[in-house]
Ligand binder design. Sequence first.
Ligand code: NOJ
Length: 762
Amino acid sequence: MAFLQMKSYAGRLLLTVLLGLFLSCESKVTNTSKKEESKDPIAYKIDSILSNMSLEEKIGQTAQRGKSSRVKELPKDLKEAVRKGQIGSFLNIMNKEDAKELQMLAVEESPNKIPLIFARDVIHGFKTIFPIPLGQAASFNPMLVQEGARVAAIEASTSGIRWTFAPMLDISRDPRWGRIAESAGEDPYLTGVMAEAYIKGFQGEDLSSPTSMAACAKHFIGYGAAEGGRDYNTANINENLLHNVYLKPFKIAVNAGSATFMTSFNDLNGVPASANKYILKDILRDEWGFDGFVVSDWNSIIEMINHGFAKDKKEAAEKSINAMLDMEMTSASYQDYLKELIEEGKFSEKKLDVIVRNILRIKFRLGLFHNLYFDSNDTILYDKKHLASAQESAAESTVLLKNINNLLPINSKKKLAIIGPLANAPHEQLGTWTFDGEKEHTITPLKSFQQDGQYTIQYSEGVSYSRDKSTKGFGNAINTAKSSDVILFFAGEEAILSGEAHSRANINLPGVQEELINELHKTGKPIVLVIMAGRPITLGNIIDKVDAVLMAWHPGTMGGPALKNIITGVVSPSGKLPVTWPKEVGQIPIHYNHKNTGRPVIPEEFVHMDSIPIAAWQSSLGNTSHYLDAGFLPQYPFGYGLSYSNFKYSDVRISSANPKIGDTITVKTIITNTGNIKAKETVQLYFRDMVGSLTRPVKELLRFKKVTLEAGASKEVIFNFSTDDVSFYGQDKLWVTEPGDFKLWVSKHSMDEANELEFTLE
Ligand code: NOJ
């Protein structure tokens, strides 16, 4: 990480001793009561600004505006509004000169000289694009994720962006949902670990440094539970699931110091998140003590009219402001109606002061009051070290799912046929949410093999883009395959097929990719299928036709070299699935941490529908919680991923078979790389609470550790956890740790039960 510390910015900072003091004290502020604040210099400063602010200016701080990219000039009315202090933040101002001009107006001409915050969706890189977040989660490597977020902050802050709308922490159990690409997958613990890594990376060691960006934990809450995976849809999440699964990573985000939160578009159990007092006030503020600010999602306040929750804009504003939603993104219901609502006694100026304090507090923490302007250091964009970091991240995100007869890695004597719509698609491999990454900087797999020069390659795209339905390229591709030893087929989805409002009802390879794979299979040449996509892809029609499968997600700028190194064995794959991979869409939702049911699957008794006799006696006996056609297994389980090496787990042990509540429990194992190459393995610790006052999942990820081992080397892996880590939110609406029997598994993936331990909590 040392290289990311960057050069000194001291010269750029207009630090005063007093403000330095303010900042050092600010981090200690947790209690916002008036008395406490008066002891604190920043709170004191905020109070003194507040006392000079008119009601209009206070309302102004709650407004976040954007500018259409189609409009070249900064509109006059926008400038005027800034001059009057009627805007608190902007999003998507991408012209640095515009940003500078607006900031100057704010800090020099507005009544209280309050700086603006410029925000942007910097989701998985700014210019140097890292793998999509689902891919980064597959690395199971929080240090790499933190480093990627740091790179993003360093690059984005050169444009004055000091606030990113990331990380997205929505638990995603439905790969039809396009935004699964932007998530860390289905597991609350893994998502929490990733949350902390992103927040540390974006915010850096000191939020007031000009290269730090405020993080935004989003979307609060339940967006990933959208009905049927259709974006923006209703989320019905019962109280237990809400606390035990969906809220968990957000709590971790608060503890990690996320400066801001964003509400979600969906309604949660009938109450839209943007006016949901229970989550915004009772949980986020009162229970968790969050002292940053909350922004709505794009127009999500006024969309409550469509939800049928508010009759008009005014009522929408009333409901959101009373839920203490601090800032309104893009729509202007607060601006238009807050004054009226206060005059009518439907909200109070005192409460508005609390909101303005929340916003100003973050502006102070960002150092915006003393570091007025930014100067851009463009030379840092696409820095060599940033590219190296993106390549490492892409390599560690790649998951080896299948490798018959050790087809991979491929040695340089083999002639390679490079085929498929994603082999040389510089824009597509960047993935969703890459407004700023430029395809000219992308290195595709084809380019990477060409640049390497050691391999005999022939290229024929076969189909020109993922949805292409034309078969006119098939002939060439088949001939190319015939004159080669191995086919590298780069398949997948274009970037536009995942992300916001890009859900799919079928999640197979689109277009005629499957047909082409079938034709190539007929050549008898072995096929390595490399998938670039924003979600797991159902492979039922082709899985038996290919010999090896690598899931590369959308790997970003440096996907090409990362994949070339894996395919050729320079690097052994080490990614693990952060989501359960279904065989068929009909199995969705499918996730490893499900409940057992009263009739759990009995694998040896499963009868496929093709084996049921005609006119069989109608009975449910012998049948369990499975599908007659698709069975009960996923294609690949959560946590799964192969390596070019093998790992032996031995000497698995627990510190105590009868721990007491409050104890720390230690699980140890020795892991040995039994293969002949250096490789990484993610050791996963799962648990099951066997009997609970609420039914418990069959398995929950408790800890994981990624270790690097030279060929033949061994290492001891130690996991510590407390009995709080196996607690759950129970029937009495409290967190409980219940005495009783627990099982633990030290595993290679969520279905591996080879190393089982037990303990009884007393
Ligand atoms: C809508 C998306 O849901 C949110 O994640 C994003 O940050 C905002 N638009 C701003 O672009």
